[in-house]
Write a new protein. Structure first.
Length: 53
């Protein structure tokens, strides 16, 4: 058993990682959705600015 302990520890720790890491604690899908929403807000802001002139 003492020989298997390091292997078991590595196997246990390998399950702790995220399969979809991204910056800021978001998944890649969540980050993509936020980017798309920000782009839509930018487009709407430009449309409103052009309409106001």
């Amino acid at each position: 058993m003492p020989r298997a302990a390091p292997l078991l520890l590595l196997l246990a720790l390998s399950g702790c990682g995220s399969s979809d890491p991204a910056q800021g604690g978001l998944s890649r899908g969540e980050a993509r959705q936020l980017d798309e929403a920000a782009a839509a807000i930018d487009v709407n802001a430009m449309d409103n600015k052009e309409t106001a002139q």
